[in-house]
Design a binder for this molecule. Structure first.
Ligand code: PLP
Length: 362
């Protein structure tokens, strides 16, 4: 006898990246920022009076919304704060998807999406990307024909790291009849020379949502803070109806504010990641890996063809050496590794271990 709804009983849960509790493991598997958060965040944390926790926090985290509105040159009504970017995804389902109607996504992408669709009771329409991680030209048409109310695109893309330009995304938003959520979890690591900025599009398309998070760019994955940007009419039902009543706790509100105030600190980490990304990419290529150009803080690397052991084996050998990277045993990815860009020192340790493994050592 189970008390679960049929769709819950039938579904698989999300399998998150390993989080070992020792400090010796070199963690290059969950795309955390290798650099510490701003000292201002530490200061804000130290200054929180436990007695302040007695009362509820500001219900809609308005001071944070105002800071972010100024940063993005939009209005407060264009922003809803969320408990991690993940809550933003869940809100998109509960607000815009009629249970049972299909949810669309580029395939492969963030493996949480189909899990949320399963919880919601909606089938997932995965639209395959090609071998260079481009979307088919008829992406929006396929979504419309299936009757999808919501579609997600990770941009820059995970797990490949590639970036779609705003023209391409505008065309999809324009053609799609449902809500297009562009998941920009990694946007902070995009090369500023590309001048990539989707935020101006929220005043053009009333069906566009942009997801942001403090987890990666601001080195605050442990805090659980993110937000959605969009036209005020698309934000409003999430702000006033589907969100948990006090979804952003008092500690997150204080620490998030400190992180934005000292955005320069985070920006310096993004630049360091971009530099390390380049060295790591060159190092992996020199070892015979095929590596896609990445605008994120990770690289997707295809294992050298000549090797007797494939990507799964390299993953296991690295793990035995105390180095974690991500391996996905799924189509298009099972011959590749997704490697988080660490510090220059961490990357050198990884490259050395890979050289030894490719050389036939355990
Ligand atoms: C990390 C990530 C998120 C959001 O993560 P949170 O920690 O919940 O903010 C969303 N989408 C993708 C693709 C991610 O990698």
């Amino acid at each position: 006898m189970t008390y679960q709804r049929d769709n819950i009983a039938a579904m698989q849960g999300y399998s998150w990246g390993e989080q070992p509790d020792d400090s010796e493991t070199l963690k290059l598997n969950t795309n955390e920022n290798p650099h510490p958060p701003s000292p201002r965040v530490a200061e804000a944390l130290a200054n929180i009076d436990a007695n302040a926790l007695r009362t509820y926090p500001q219900p809609t985290a308005d001071p944070l919304r105002d800071q972010l509105a100024e940063l993005h040159r939009v209005d407060r009504s264009n922003i809803v704060m969320t408990h991690g970017g993940d809550e933003g995804l869940r809100l998109a389902f509960s607000t815009f998807v009629e249970p049972g109607t299909p949810f669309g996504m580029a395939q492969p992408s963030y493996s949480l999406y189909p899990v949320l669709a399963d919880v919601h009771g909606s089938p997932t329409l995965g639209i395959a990307m090609d071998d260079d991680w481009q979307l088919p030209r008829n992406f929006a048409t396929q979504l419309n024909e299936a009757g999808a109310n919501l579609a997600c695109i990770v941009n820059p893309h995970a797990p490949s790291g590639t970036l779609l330009d705003s023209e391409r995304l505008s065309r999809i938003a324009n053609e799609f009849n449902g809500v297009l959520l562009v998941d920009e979890a990694y946007v902070d690591f995009v090369d500023p020379a590309l001048q990539h900025d989707l935020t101006r599009l929220i005043s053009v398309f009333d069906n566009l949502l942009i997801l942001r998070t403090f987890s990666k760019g601001y080195s605050l994955a442990g805090l659980r803070l993110g937000y959605l940007l969009g036209d005020a009419r698309i934000i409003e039902p999430m702000l006033t109806k589907t969100r948990d009543s006090y979804n952003i706790d008092l500690i997150s509100q204080h620490l998030g504010a400190a992180a934005i105030e000292d955005r320069a600190h985070a920006q310096a980490s993004w630049e360091a990641v971009r530099l390390a990304r380049r060295t790591l990419r060159e190092g992996l290529a020199a070892l015979g890996f095929e590596v896609w150009p990445s605008q994120t803080n990770f690289l997707l690397a295809k294992a050298p063809m000549t090797l007797s052991h494939g990507a799964a084996d390299i993953y296991a050998r690295l793990k035995a050496r105390g180095i974690l990277v991500r391996y996905f045993n799924t189509p298009q990815l099972d011959d590749k590794l997704r490697i988080t860009v660490g510090t220059e020192t961490q990357n050198a340790v990884l490259l050395e271990a890979l050289a030894e493994i490719l050389d036939g050592q355990p």
